[in-house]
Design a protein around this ligand. Structure first.
Ligand code: GTP
Ligand code: MG
Length: 197
């Protein structure tokens, strides 16, 4: 699969440091510690590509990973709403992420990563509503599915899909586990489609 070619390009602290806003980009968004960086690594089959950590707040910049071609990129976003980061930094990141999501023309899709044990928290709903309102496609990864039994996983997926139908009807959802490597093909297919590969 093409994601094996993904490489780190840049950590941007401001939008001006991002590559030119052309081609296609897919961003991984979600609450702190949800498993965004781990999901990106699993999709790319490269363990150390994006930094992961047990400590929430690990990803602090917009990290950009071209997939083979500089015009096709994955972006690992910092987690939203981590209370132990200093207030000024939290506000800075909120501003940068909001502006990125609002203005980035090459952003073709959002992968919304949620811990399958705690899906659809306030931030997630905000992101899905934003996606629906702005016409950004959203795909939800219900990750850490290895923590749920098979039946709990299926029940969670059905409940999330039902809720999505009510307020973000174009959004899609799947079970995922970076650890158990489940749901990879489905996630890759979605992201590849957005990137045009
Ligand atoms: P921030 O960048 O800090 O917002 O975090 P993140 O959303 O990028 O999460 P990250 O990928 O760093 O993972 C956070 C923690 O969850 C780490 O301890 C991971 O090992 C763990 N984790 C991630 N994915 C999975 C998974 O599928 N299953 C299990 N059991 N643990 C996971
Ligand atoms: Mg991260």
């Amino acid at each position: 699969h093409p994601f094996r070619q993904a490489q780190f390009l840049v950590s941007a602290n401001r939008l001006a440091q991002l590559p030119a806003d052309s081609g296609a980009e897919v961003a991984f968004a979600g609450r702190s510690n949800a498993g965004k960086s781990s999901a990106l690594n699993a999709i790319c089959d490269q363990q150390g590509l994006a930094r992961t950590s047990k400590t929430p707040g690990r990803t602090q910049l917009l990290n950009v990973f071209p997939v083979g071609d500089p015009a096709r990129r994955l972006v690992d976003l910092p987690g939203y709403g981590y209370a132990k980061v200093p207030e000024a930094m939290r506000l800075h990141w909120r501003g940068v992420i909001d502006e990125y999501l609002r203005t980035r023309a090459s952003l073709k899709g959002l992968v919304l990563v949620m811990d399958s044990r705690h899906p659809l928290k306030e931030f997630d709903r905000h992101m899905l509503e934003f996606g629906a309102a702005s016409g950004r496609a959203c795909h939800c990864l219900l990750t850490k599915a290895d923590k749920l039994s098979r039946s709990e996983g299926l029940r969670t997926l059905a409940a999330v899909r039902k809720e999505l139908a009510a307020f973000a009807p174009d959004a899609t959802a799947q079970l995922f586990s970076s650890l158990a490597r489940t749901g990879l093909d489905e996630a890759r297919a979605r992201v590849a489609h957005w990137l045009g590969i």
